[in-house]
Ligand binder design. Sequence first.
Ligand code: FAD
Ligand code: NAP
Length: 447
Amino acid sequence: MLHVAVVGSGPSGCYTAQSLVQQDPDVVVDVLDRLPCPYGLVRYGVAPDHEKIKSLQNNLRTVLEHERVRFLGGIQIGPGGVPTDRLRELYHAVVYCVGAATDRHLGIPGEDLPGSWSATEFVSWYSAHPDAVDDGFVHGARSAVVIGVGNVAVDVTRILARGTAELSPTDMPQGALTALAASRVTDISMVGRRGPSQARFTTKELRELGTLPDTAVTVDRAELGLDPAYADPSGLPAPQRRNIEALRTWAESPTQDAGHRIRLRFFLRPVELLAEAGHVAAVRFERTAPDGRGGVTGTGHYEDVEAQLVLRSVGYRGVPLEGLPFDPTTGTVPHLAGRVLREGIVAPGEYVAGWIKRGPTGVIGTNRPCAKETVTSLLEDAAALLRRDPPEDPLTALRTEGIEPVEWTGWCAIERAEAELGASLGRGVVKLPDWQSLMNAVHSNAD
Ligand SMILES: Cc1cc2nc3c(=O)[nH]c(=O)nc-3n(C[C@H](O)[C@H](O)[C@H](O)COP(=O)(O)OP(=O)(O)OC[C@H]3O[C@@H](n4cnc5c(N)ncnc54)[C@H](O)[C@@H]3O)c2cc1C
Ligand SMILES: NC(=O)c1ccc[n+]([C@@H]2O[C@H](COP(=O)([O-])OP(=O)(O)OC[C@H]3O[C@@H](n4cnc5c(N)ncnc54)[C@H](OP(=O)(O)O)[C@@H]3O)[C@@H](O)[C@H]2O)c1
């Protein structure tokens, strides 16, 4: 049997495991994750009010329950856990599917002021990631600025505008729900540095903003008009054309009165976060103009937008993993069709898939063909990989080295504890938000 370790149990890790066992009856797979919970960003990124997408966890579950797949949670690969070269000794092949765990930086003054957070931090908090810190976020804020116009920016804007009645049925942790219920944020500006025809959000997600209860969406027609494609979008690809049409509907509708106001802004590049009494109070933007090549140039005109809460949603970024090559420009691991490249040469038995391979773009489904490409490379190499004899059962070897993973039964115990917590609160499933409660649930199972 070919023993493969897949590091990361997000979509790319699960699709890699699935493709391996589907394509080769002589493969067994261990899916390792640093967290005791599987599914990566499907659990810790996909917005809690998107139940349908969240339910993709059920599809990933069937992969991890396959008879030749084993979930080993709570195992950090790299410093403080199992070094990459040790993992390589334990398996015929290792596929790194570790995602892109951190945020991109703006590199502007005031970026780190109190009241300014990356969307990554905010999302991790409301998704109950056990490493998330409850920094107060919405506490004391009336106006928020979300920088960036991608789908994550839409997610965090929507969560800020949602009411308790809509968030309570979700699996959002109780602390985040209580804080958002007490939120006094009424005005949210979501701001793009380029024009509406270059926005990265998808039309479905954009339109959803217009369906939120007690929420008015406004767009300034004159600002949209700065984009030459606004007057005549016929030359745009269909997704961008649909975005323009959705924005046009709002721009041409009379402004509604509502408890929450979402303002979509364009052609504004953030240049500085301004403080008052040591806390963020506004974002200074420079007005930009299209350069005719899809980019923008500065105009030297500035506008300050008030905000006591700033969420920087300008993309995620891969982090280097000790022992693996890393390209700091792209935040990815260099590879050839999924085979890891060390100084341009294929490293036998090491592979990548998902965001750490392609960079932090693409929806859940994009990871499926990506994983498949990697698995094709791996299986082409199988004969050579089988010439080496790793230990019979890597788990036994790990245990003798003091590593005690959270196995599938441990994860099932977490699921039960989350269902019980939800029932005690009169809600559905409610996520456990910290390491202590997750590990208590795992250990209660062992007792
Ligand atoms: C906020 C947000 C919301 C999104 N919402 C949607 C959506 O609604 N619909 C959609 O289609 N797509 C959505 N996406 C995109 C989708 O989540 C990604 O395409 C997908 O999760 C990428 O998969 P991945 O497996 O590469 O990474 P991830 O999902 O990030 O999984 C990586 C896994 O690796 C583990 N790991 C990392 N480092 C180590 C280590 N050293 N040792 C062990 N384990 C490690 C992590 O714990 C994690 O479980 C969203 C993305 C974000 C950021
Ligand atoms: N519901 C869903 O399907 C869903 C939900 C969430 C996420 N996702 C997916 O997950 C992936 C990641 O989403 P994302 O929103 O994090 O990334 P993204 O789509 O790459 O969007 C990043 C945004 O940040 C802007 N930006 C980057 N650098 C900036 C800077 N220095 N100053 C100002 N703005 C800056 C970008 O503008 P420019 O274009 O000008 O660079 C862009 O608007 C995407 O593929 C997304 O579709 C999907």
